[in-house]
Design a protein around this ligand. Sequence first.
Ligand code: ADP
Ligand code: MG
Length: 348
Amino acid sequence: MIEDKNQKRTPLSELGEFGLIEHLTKNFKTEQPSSLKGIGDDAAVIDFKDKKTVVSTDLLIEGVHFDLSYVPLKHLGYKAVMVNLSDIYAMNALPTQITVSIAISNRFPLEALEELYEGIALASKLYKVDVIGGDTTTSNKGLTISITALGIADEEEIVYRNGANPGDLLVVTGDVGGAYLGLQVLEREKEVFKVNPNNQPDLSLYTYIIERQLKPESRKDIPPLLKQLEVKPTAMIDISDGLSSEIMHLCKQSNVGCNVYEDKIPLDPQVISTCEEFDINSTTVALSGGEDYELLFTIAQADFPKIKANPHLTIIGHMTEEKEGIHLISRANTKIPLKAQGWNPLKN
Ligand code: ADP
Ligand code: MG
C-alpha cells in the first residue's frame, strides 16, 4: 500500500519529547557567524561583537490568532517567523537568529508538526536566520507558537518609535489592507464550505490578498534600501495591527500630531475591487485592517528628494505639532479625527 504523506498520522507519544525535538530540529544548521552554539545544549551561545542586539517575541494562539480550518500549518510556520522578523526590520536592524517554542495537544500527529517546521525552515532559509533553540511542551487544547527573534544593528542605525518631529513626512512601504481582506475571503469560503463541502471555491480573483494573509513577507529589503538612499528614518514601526493604530503609536511616543491623506494611501487594485464586492470602504480596510507587515516611518523633509521616486515608498502624510491632533484628510478635504480601530485583544 502506498502511504499518502497527508494521511499518515504518527502519534506524538511514539516519539516522546526528546525524540520529537530531535526529529523536528535535526536539519537546522547554523549559518550566521554570530551563532557559536545552536540547538542541542542548555542554551545557545551568540557573539555579536561590537553590534547592538535587538530582541522581539510574539505569541500566536490557535483560535485567537489563527484558525487551522483554513490556515495550512506550513503557512502558519512561515507567518509566525515573518511576524517576528518584521519587528526586527522595524528597528532598522538585521535579524540573525530565532528561537521557536511550541505547545501542542495530542490531537496533532507528527506529520502536522513536520509541516509547521517546513514553513519555519523555509522562512529561516529565505531570510537567512538561524533557528538556535526553543522549547516543546504539551497543551491541553490547541497549538501555541512563540517565536523570539534576535538581530543586530549599529547603535546609530537603530530607529525607535519616538523620534518623529513636526514637519516630518510619513512614509509607508508597499500597500495596505490586503491581508485583512484576504482573511474576509477565507472566512466567507469557510462558511460556504460548511453548507456545501463539495463546493470548490474559485479563489483566482483573490490570489494577491489571500497570499498577503496566508504567506506574508516581511520587508527585509527596506533597511538596506534606506541605507543605500542615505535616509535614516526619525521613527519607525511595522504594520501589524493596522495603519491607523500604528500612526497613533508613532504620534503618542514622539509627542507629535499627524495629517494622513486618504487619497495617498497605497491600495492594490485587488483590494479596491474586493472592497467593492464586499461593499466595504477601502480606506477603513486600509486604516484598520492589520497584518500587512509593511513598514511605516517618518523622515525629515530634507530627505524628500532621496525617496520621492521610489516605487516601494509612498508618502501618505506629514507630522504636525501634537496639539493639532491626528487626522485623516478625506478625498472631500474634510478633517476626520483618526481612531485606532486596530485589533486590540483587551477591548474585544
Ligand atoms: P531543556 O530541558 O534544557 O529546556 P530541551 O530538551 O527542551 O532542553 O531542548 C533541547 C534543545 O532543543 C535545546 O537546544 C532547545 O533550545 C532545543 N529545542 C527544544 N524545543 C525546540 C523547538 N520546538 N524548536 C527548536 N528547538 C528546540
Ligand atoms: Mg525545554
